[in-house]
Design a protein around this ligand. Structure first.
Ligand code: AHR
Length: 319
């Protein structure tokens, strides 16, 4: 290689270093998003909503990272977004504690953070700008109210808990227990985590059905539809009728659960809306324009059972 070529290559390398080796377009709003994983149909719909909405907006440059349900991957991704100098960071936290340090690092770097779907538990104010998502405590309350209204004052409940330490698992349990505490005939007789997945939901339900309390279980409260769908399989394999021998109430409102309710294999699903990608990028654009955004942006949700699920409702369901 001649001297001139070497100089040109060195200059090109230096230019790349200055621009951070990226092909990034400076006219776009750079957003780093860290997703929990792909543990449920709900989560897959959430990811599609985020990516689909970003693709529709020419002013958004999205860097998406999948944490595979591990907090350490999520912290690494957020640090990476900070060092890349993105304009806004957003993430759906795997668990609710342990994010304080990395949130402080984002704040020191002057990068606003928007929490998406799940909140964090932090002792200091101002570590994030806004939280867009569901009211998980209310979802738990709605599930318990459905049991009271449709099963009655006496019911032995088996509970499939979500990912240990995650906001939806903590809050849905809290909401459910808040309602049943005034109804002593409703008792949680089994409770274990199924990590929000269909496979674990099935495995834990199998163990409930082999336990000495198996024949006392009248209601299954699953913190999400995927675990309930796994449990339905376990109940059928144990020779019982899901939806009849054991009433099933869960949370999310995914299409497969609607179908199970139509078939009579499940009874109720409390909606948790994953299609909030548009709300996220509306907020991102406002923050970028220097506008003030609300600290809490709730999603709109309903409760579905055999009274309001029809084939048309199922066919029109987007997730
Ligand atoms: O944070 C929302 C919860 O996470 C959904 O209920 C569940 O399906 C998902 O894994």
């Amino acid at each position: 290689m001649n001297k001139f070529a070497t100089v040109i290559m060195a200059a090109a390398a230096a230019a790349l270093l200055v621009t951070g080796c990226s092909k990034s377009d400076s006219s776009k709003i750079k957003v780093g998003f860290s997703q929990v994983g792909a543990e449920s149909d709900w989560r897959k719909a959430s990811t599609e909503s985020i990516k689909g909405e970003a693709a529709k907006r020419p002013n958004i440059e999205l860097t998406f990272s999948d944490a595979q349900q591990k907090q350490e991957n999520q912290i690494k991704a957020i640090r990476n977004f900070i060092s890349k100098g993105v304009d806004v960071i957003s993430f759906s936290p795997v668990v609710s504690t342990g994010f304080e340090d990395v949130l402080k690092e984002a704040k020191e770097a002057g990068i606003p953070v928007v929490l998406f779907d799940r909140a964090v538990d932090v002792s200091e104010d101002g570590l994030y700008v806004s939280f867009i998502g569901s009211d998980f405590v209310e979802e738990g309350r709605r599930a318990a109210r459905w049991v009271l209204e449709n099963v009655g004052e006496n019911a032995n409940v088996a509970e499939l808990v979500g990912t240990v330490g995650s906001a939806p698992a903590i809050d849905r349990k809290k909401g459910f227990e808040e309602i049943i505490k005034d109804h002593p005939g409703i008792k949680i007789i089994k409770s274990q985590s199924g990590d929000f997945t269909r496979a674990k939901g099935k495995e834990v339900m199998e163990s409930f059905l082999k336990s000495p309390e198996a024949d006392q279980i009248q209601v299954l409260f699953a913190h999400n539809d995927d675990m309930a769908l796994g449990a339905i399989q376990a109940i059928e394999e144990a020779g019982k009728k899901p939806g009849q021998d054991i009433k099933i109430v869960s949370i999310d409102g995914v299409k497969t659960m609607f179908e199970a309710i139509l078939e009579g294999k499940a009874n109720c699903t409390v909606e948790c809306n994953p299609l909030i990608g548009a709300q996220l990028f509306d907020v991102v654009e406002k923050i970028h324009a220097g506008e003030t955004v609300p600290a809490r942006i709730p999603s709109q949700e309903g409760v579905f059972d055999s009274k309001n699920i029809t084939k048309e409702v199922v066919d029109g369901r987007k997730y």
